[in-house]
Design a protein around this ligand. Structure first.
Ligand code: GUN
Ligand code: ZN
Length: 445
């Protein structure tokens, strides 16, 4: 049906029910933060959404004709694509590795797997698998860790460019506490990252993130080099890990005795603040929490990973509804996490919040996975919602993707309940189609 492309003379119209956010459901009554249009039309031209609303109103303005992708009916829902704010593409081959917590898991599985990415052809192959799988599960933007090898970044951005996907990525910097085959130096991390920034940052839809892996694997010289680079290129991102695991935190204190705590290590080197994205952030102290809040640093929760590696339970209620709210994204953290699907991630997010006595409703949950994630990356005006001017990264959900879900849906009274059932029961089979920059990039079956 939908082989139409958006960048011909005629616009492309996706017709059907759609759901999007118009506001932050943690800031305003959540019922007022979204738009659900049961007979909607989304108009796309040159990769961008140019209009959206009730189909009769919208289509009446299209006097010059249009190409149509027709998703009318009771079982499809057009939504913004998902945003995964922290994921490691080179870890696909250690997904679901048994029996360890963070520090042992890194040494036993991860640092072994990542060595293979010295080979650019292999890196291209895995990047392609990762990106296609992302499309299959409805994720259109991710913030991605590559490996220490610059060629792993070349491979990733080249493959993402072929698919025209908006991706944030960076070369991992680590110059200690890792196998020799996976270490760089302060100088080479600086030089290689700089060359990659100059080549890739803002090329097409690519955005660069300076990526010190985490404090224990960088010397002070390397963290200083990352900070210097950050100063030179103030609009690039920084991404790393923070306060994921109690043994990790103890180790950081031993390695950096002159700093007050884990966050202070990054702060000292100018690596926190706007566009600084920190995965996990489970065990922040009260002072650290306040400082993250005050500096506008982004935290990213990784629920499937935090359960799988036994790291702990992120405090969603405090992060989003407390008196010191944090810019918060959501992520899969594959390979610590167990699925690239943001639907499955929402499933675990709900349970993590429940374990801390907080019920995260569906509206707030999908916000974190779409516009909220985009906002946390400073991309809320670019992606994450269905509104004029936004890039047309969209998914079409199949709300009846299995017989059981079909039956369960027949007992849903409204869109909120329907969305909750999807995030609790559905998986990749619920992603009927994925549009990237206005083009159909994946269609199920
Ligand atoms: N901390 C440092 N590196 C990693 C990683 O690859 N995965 C996770 N979950 N935590 C980390
Ligand atoms: Zn991670």
């Amino acid at each position: 049906m939908a082989d139409a492309q958006a960048n011909t003379d005629k616009p492309l119209v996706l017709r059907g029910a759609y759901f999007t956010f118009t506001d932050d459901p943690f800031q305003v009554p959540y019922e007022e933060a979204y738009r659900y249009e049961s007979d909607g039309a989304v108009v796309i031209r040159d990769g961008k959404i140019v209009d959206a609303g009730n189909a009769d109103d919208v289509l009446a303005t299209l006097t010059g004709g249009y190409d149509l992708a027709d998703y009318r009916g009771t079982d499809k829902l057009i939504m913004p694509g998902f945003v995964d704010c922290h994921v490691h593409y080179p870890q696909l081959q250690v997904l679901g590795a048994y029996g360890t917590q963070l520090l042992e898991w890194l040494n036993k599985y991860t640092f072994v797997a990542e060595q293979a990415f010295a080979d650019e052809d292999y890196a291209c192959k895995v990047a392609s698998i990762f990106l296609k799988e992302s499309l299959r599960v409805g994720t259109t933007t991710s913030a991605v860790f590559c490996t220490v090898h610059p060629q792993s970044v070349e491979a990733f951005f080249s493959e993402a460019e072929k698919l025209d996907m908006r991706m944030i990525a960076g070369k991992v910097c680590m110059d200690r506490h890792a196998p020799d085959a996976l270490t760089d130096t302060a100088q080479s991390a600086y030089d290689d990252s700089k060359a990659l920034i100059e080549k890739w940052h803002n090329r097409g839809r690519a955005l660069y993130a300076i990526t010190p892996r985490f404090a224990p694997t960088s010397t002070v010289e390397q963290l200083a080099a990352c900070g210097a680079l950050r100063k030179e290129f103030s609009d690039v991102y920084v991404q790393s890990h923070l306060s994921e695991n109690v043994d990790e935190i103890k180790w950081v204190q031993e390695l950096f005795p002159e700093q007050k705590g884990y966050l202070d290590v990054y702060d000292h080197f100018g690596l926190i603040g706007e566009r600084s994205i920190y995965g996990h952030c489970i065990h922040l102290t009260d002072d650290e929490w306040r400082h993250v809040h005050e500096t506008g640093t982004t935290v990213v929760s990784c629920p499937t990973s935090n359960l799988f590696l036994g790291s702990g339970l992120f405090d969603f209620e405090r992060a989003k509804l407390g008196k010191e709210p944090l810019k918060t994204g959501l992520s899969t953290d594959v390979g610590g996490g167990t699925s690239l699907s943001m639907l499955q991630t929402l499933n675990e997010t709900y349970k993590v919040a429940q374990m801390r006595g907080f019920s995260l409703n569906a509206i707030r949950a999908y916000y974190l996975a779409t516009l909220g994630g985009a906002e946390s990356l400073g991309l809320g005006d670019t992606i994450g919602s269905i509104a004029p001017g936004r890039e047309a990264d969209l998914i079409v959900m199949d709300l009846k993707s299995t017989p059981l879900i079909d039956f369960r849906m027949s007992h849903c009274k409204d869109i909120e309940e329907a969305l909750f059932v999807q995030m609790t029961l559905a998986d990749d089979r619920a992603i009927h189609a994925t549009y990237v920059n206005g083009r159909l990039a994946h269609e199920r079956g």
